[in-house]
Design a protein around this ligand. Sequence first.
Ligand SMILES: Nc1ncnc2c1ncn2[C@@H]1O[C@H](COP(=O)(O)OP(=O)(O)OP(=O)(O)O)[C@@H](O)[C@H]1O
Ligand SMILES: [Mg+2]
Length: 546
Amino acid sequence: MESAKILIVDDEAQIRNALAELFENQGYEVRAAENAMRAMELLREMPFDVVVTDLKMPKVGGLELLQFVKAQDSSVEVIIITGYGTIPSAIQAMKEGASDYLIKPVRLDELSARVESCVARRVLFREKRRLSRMVTLVDIGRAITSKLDMDELCEKILDTLVASLGAQQGSLMLLDGPDLILQAHRGLSSEVKRGMRVPMEGSIAGWVIAQKKPLLLNGTACDEKLRKAMHRTDIATSLSVPLIVQDRVSGVLNANRLPGSPRFVEEDKDFAVVLASQVASALENASLFAESNARAEELARVNEELRDIYNQLIQSEKMSSLGLMASTVAHDINNPLSVIMGHAQLLLMRKEKNEAEEKPVRAILNQAERIDRLVRSLKEYARKSEGAHVPTAISKCLENALLLTEKHLSANSVEVILEVDRDLPRIMGDGNKLEQVCMNVIQNAAQAMSDGGTLRIRASGNGTGPDGRSTGIVVRFEDNGPGIPEDTLDRIFEPFFTTKGPEEGTGLGLSICKRIVEEHGGRLDVESEAGVGTAFSLWLPTDENG
Ligand SMILES: Nc1ncnc2c1ncn2[C@@H]1O[C@H](COP(=O)(O)OP(=O)(O)OP(=O)(O)O)[C@@H](O)[C@H]1O
Ligand SMILES: [Mg+2]
């Protein structure tokens, strides 16, 4: 350890010099002051381990000097030298934290022994503080490696800084562009808020960052700009250290003590520097972690999108192979089916009726017709739209579709309300196909409302397309039927998905509709709420490129 520093304060030059010589000979670093004012000056300039002071001095006495010393650093040892007449003051001094007192005339060997034990205490005190700070550093090292949440980390660092330095105020700021952002703070005024921006220019933190150097301020500031920034009477002593990783400054740690508290010393600064170096990389890791987290989320999103696209591809692949199979099967089935149906019809047309025979023949015919319907749908499904796209009025398609489904609608007591914008623009399309779409949707609604209901069909222009830019027309088919349960809603466009009995549906209707609509560059969407009703929206582009 470097030699202990002793300050001797006595207005009598002879005593002063004798003591200085004594302690110098013993290997201490000694300064001497002729009065308390000068002693205070020296104390501001450098830290001392032991102060030996006369109690009775002109102007400012030893007691006041003692108070000054303790306010700066309560661990500094002070030995009071007093005459017989001032013993009560000596007792007072002991109460105020003096380590020892000696009565004049002082015996040098006695004083030397007292100073020696004071120095030993100082060494012990320092060692203890160093050890406890080391433990703190190990602790925080452990804590920060397990914490990757930036905010939590900042709070933890600041708690450690403030507690270890015995500071009443503290802050942690991180660089963000040209400014500093306040990440965490302790003991500052209620106006100070987390996330606040602190300009670099003219602030102590800014100076520390620019200089990449720690700064310990005890009311005196070397730099002119700093002196202005430091003009704060509410702070007695402040310590600011930059956070540096690989020569890059990322922020600053600040600690303040309020008036009446001992000032920061070099050792405090050294501790803060080690703490800062330890946390700087942890903070950098945390911010990298946050960044990589954001990337991972982005990646997950892209992955999801890719999976959707993949599923769509699989679906369209399925569709096209299904289409191919459908057209082959339909062709192969059609011929034998015609024969079966023809014979069944002939049997039924026979003059001599045989009740016992007629029933099964009817059943054969019914089932054969069912196969025929299925085959037709399959063929339809397999067939690409071949009709030319010509200017088409959707109102016409709707009217025709309603005409063709009239039987179904009235059988189920479904009331239809048709509202078509008067100047609805024509669209480019295949009228027959679009009619088929409308028919299917209307028929579905009619079938869904087997106990009656209302189907409102509204066709309007100026509909915005799914890309938010293209314009087109919208036809909304709203029924107040039973609705579609949530778990089947996204299956209704799948080929062969049906909730109807074999007599009623093949499950190909909506998948054919969707294909036709997409061939027109449009969209067919569904919204449904169980118990409320279902709405199909058919959007078809009116713009030429749509
Ligand atoms: N308006 C609606 N209300 C309630 N459910 C509906 C409605 N429209 C469609 N669905 C449901 O969607 C399923 C699929 O309809 P889709 O038109 O594709 O086939 P389908 O009507 O069952 O058979 P097909 O059209 O071949 O006669 C239907 O079985 C039904 O469950
Ligand atoms: Mg249908």
